[in-house]
Design a protein around this ligand. Sequence first.
Ligand code: SF4
Length: 380
Amino acid sequence: MTVNPDQLADSILNGKAATEADALALLAAPDEELLGLVHAGSRLRREHFGMTIKLNYLVNLKSGMCPESCTYCSQSLGSKAEILKYSWLSADEAMDQANMGIAGGASRVCLVASGRGPSRRDVSRVGEIVERLKDENPEVEVCACLGILKEGQAEKLKEAGADAYNHNINTAESFHDNIVKTHTYEDRTNTVEHAKAAGLSPCSGLIVGLGESDEQIVEALFALKALGSESIPINFLVPFDGTPLEGQWNLTPVQCMKIVATARFVCPDREIRLAGGREIHLKSLQPMALQLANSIFLGDYLTAEGQAAADDLAMIRDNGFTILGQEAGEGGDARTDDSAGGCGGEAGCCSDSQTTAEAATHTEPVIRRRGAGTAEVANA
Ligand code: SF4
């Protein structure tokens, strides 16, 4: 089946949802039709999000040493990737990291910890950070990402002031057991449901490039829609050396664009976020992807370095977008120059370090060596 993306966008704008067959046809569209796909998808993006880009900032509170077996993850105990490994940041350290992201323009801070799921102590530890963040920055959203939640834990996070909870389904139910054996797809969807029931905004998304089929990408996108995920991060596999998926480069930049476009058509009114791996997979098509996605992570990821935060901000500005919360007349620190990083451009930071220059052009993953868990200034 073929699909006319403009007609499909018309019909979605008139209230008719895309079907699974439409989504499959979008993913299978010939490469030469990419611009038509982006043009049509951008109409849906602008209808719901105008020309804004939401900046999210990751703080990896606890890195590595996870007993789960997720094959794509550099933080699993089975991974030999030489990532930063550390136990919980103190509340002060976490606040310092978060504040650098906020100073860089982030309107959501994502507090993440490796592991199957939090203990009671972990939830109160993170709750304390959430409370402090919300006290000092009431306008900033806080999302927690701590793994599989047990009874009552989502409520505790909500009481502390958290706005959202992230737990990615990662892939289609029909492919899930190929990527992890230590927990089930249902464990993941149950946690998203717990978060929703507690009044937290559900954030759940995907990792693509794991070896899944187009049908499975469509299956996962419709599952996220049905689950009510309000923000959908699309991660592109970062195949770290030392992980079971080392060396798996299954995606092309054009295919990544088609996946982002399909997500927009299936979930036109949800936040679609370009997440981990965007630089190394979308490459020079990153700016074009902003016509479809309305959200990105600023700076670095959990265990990999991203491009310099100043380059993220320049990319947004150069393409005519505005940062959510910094629209004209809405207050906030509407930065317009390349000194925008939270580090203030100090020597060795994001704006001039050799590491960052490499990260900006790399096609191989660069392991994060700055920010949380290090003495180096964060890329924010
Ligand atoms: S549970 Fe999370 S931190 Fe642990 S291996 Fe899986 S993805 Fe990585």
